[in-house]
Design a protein around this ligand. Structure first.
Ligand code: NAD
Length: 493
């Protein structure tokens, strides 16, 4: 496969931004890091360098948290309507600069430009507006006279300074899903983006600075082990939100617990997709192909673990192979590209290692090997005959890979679906409403789609059950994570 590199003019938008990133974004300006070390950021489509960002030290984290702390009382004192107006202005600016931010995110994260510009960014802008508005209608128990002689008042307050640690699969979307509910409810923020995808967060910092008071939103770059750890355990941070692997989530949780602070965790998934014999096979295949290949499968809710009724196996695999073969891998700025590269050479190695470690009964019937050429490309891959206890089935793959298992009875399907440590998302395809209802009730997952997969919006909650996380992102529940409930009791005698 020959993969062309196009769009050098468009890529200059990102190079220009990278040139401006001369430090961390603290208190409204680019601020030199106290650390001499840097992280080199690569373009996943080409493997070439985009730029460098600081590998920040704990002292940089101190400076960012101090700025957020100083800004917090003033920000919290604004009315919800005033904060909402600020956040809506950021959404408007983002919409005006849609083309620019789409190129930055597409190149830095390795996502097809059409997917970013036409699907992801409209969702991100909508999320900004959702959180801006929703924070004006926060619920609390009714104030009232619950005991004789006293009146009780309930106040929903911001927690204080929030910290976020984001992954590389949806850098801007994840940043907005963490930062906007926190800001909307009166918190200030320090965010550390992933090492390989810092630039859409850098862009957001500059946009936010055009609208918000200094210090309300701060960005610190760096490694997880140094900057991420220092942020999670910082004594002046009140709440931490993390998205990434279970193993890192555990470390972040321990660091947060050390300071007795709240941690919200979205720790990945390994979504089962149950296809019953009575499903509309063509529409199920369409939804599963999109659900498994979107973002090159680097998606915690990816439709990767298919559990299909034995009667449908051959037709299902043929249909999925046909859909995989229609996909076009290529440079992310080519508008005909449907699948971009994996985000890093390391991620490609991880995906390949899981496939190579398959058991002897498992057969690769499509893809399965690295693409030739520059960039970190990996083709759509289907593995059939997998054993339930092998790594490929039990662990998140985070690549464009489907495993296919079969079942005979509903009980078997549910047992296979619930049989991993993950509990983020799942789907069931059937034309029988009774089957759909029984199965959705039995699935231990925070999201269950019926006859669909990978459809969501900021209004709808994302909760990881089991080892997939703690707490909720998005929806009203996601806003409440950044608030604390105060009870004021007044003696009225
Ligand atoms: P990771 O969990 O190590 O990294 C995610 C974020 O955590 C990054 O910003 C990183 O700098 C930070 N981090 C790392 N160590 C830290 C520490 N000790 N303290 C604080 N922050 C720390 O993920 P990864 O190594 O980039 O990817 C590994 C696997 O994780 C992937 O193959 C995939 O299965 C999974 N993953 C899941 C998601 C998701 O959306 N749930 C996102 C990315 C990766």
């Amino acid at each position: 496969m020959t993969l062309s590199t196009i769009g050098s003019d468009q890529r200059s938008v990102l190079r220009t931004l990278a040139g401006r990133v001369t430090g961390n974004f603290i208190d409204g300006r680019w601020t030199p890091s106290s650390s001499p070390d840097t992280i080199t950021v690569l373009d996943p489509s080409t493997g070439r360098e985009i730029g460098t960002v600081p590998a920040s030290s704990a002292a940089d984290i101190d400076a960012a948290v101090a700025a957020a702390r100083t800004a917090q009382p003033g920000w919290a004192a604004l009315t919800p309507a005033a904060r909402s107006k600020f956040l809506l202005d950021i959404a408007t600016l983002t919409e005006e600069l849609l083309e620019e931010i789409s190129i930055i995110e597409a190149v830095d994260a390795g996502k097809p430009i059409t997917a970013v510009r036409d699907e992801e960014l409209p969702g991100v802008i909508d999320a900004m507006r959702f959180f801006a508005g929703a924070a004006r209608t926060l619920p609390a128990p009714s104030s009232g006279d619950y005991l004789e002689g006293v009146s009780s008042i309930m106040r929903r307050e911001p927690v204080g300074v929030a910290a976020g640690i984001t992954p590389w699969n949806y850098p801007l979307l994840q940043a907005v899903a963490k930062v906007f509910p926190a800001l909307a409810t009166g918190n200030t923020y320090v965010l550390k983006p992933a090492e390989t995808t810092p630039y859409s967060t850098a862009w957001l910092a500059e946009i936010v600075a055009r609208v918000l008071p200094d210090g309300v939103f701060n960005v610190v770059f760096g490694t997880g082990a140094v900057a991420g750890d220092a942020l999670a355990r910082h004594p002046k941070v009140d709440v931490v939100s993390f998205t990434g692997s279970i193993e890192t989530g555990r470390k972040v949780g321990i660091a947060a617990a050390d300071g007795v602070k709240k941690a919200i965790m979205e720790l990945g998934g390994n979504s089962p997709v149950i296809v019953f014999g009575d499903a509309d096979l063509e529409s199920a295949l369409d939804a599963i192909a999109i659900g498994g290949l979107y973002n090159t499968g680097q998606e915690c809710m990816s439709a990767s673990r298919v559990i299909v009724h034995a009667s449908l196996l051959d037709a299902f695999v043929d249909g999925l192979k046909a859909r995989c073969s229609r996909e076009k891998l290529g440079d992310v700025l080519d508008p005909t590209t449907t699948i971009g590269p994996l985000n890093s050479a390391q991620q490609r190695d991880r995906v390949l290692a899981k496939i190579e470690a398959r058991t002897s009964g498992a057969r690769v019937v499509a893809g399965g090997e690295n693409c030739e050429g520059d960039g970190f490309f990996f083709p759509p891959t289907i593995v059939v005959g997998v054993a339930d206890d092998e790594e490929l089935v039990q662990e998140e793959i985070f690549g464009p890979v489907f495993t296919v298992q079969t079942f005979e009875t509903e009980e078997q399907a549910i047992a296979l679906a619930n049989g991993t440590r993950y509990g983020l998302a799942s789907s069931v395809f059937t034309s029988n409403v009774g089957t759909a209802t029984r199965v959705q009730n039995a699935l231990n997952f925070g999201t269950v789609w019926v006859n669909n997969h990978l459809v969501f919006a900021a209004d709808l909650p994302v909760s990881g059950f089991g080892a997939s996380g703690i707490g909720t992102e998005n929806a009203e529940a996601g806003l409440l994570e950044y608030t604390r409930l105060k009870h004021v009791m007044v003696d009225n005698r």
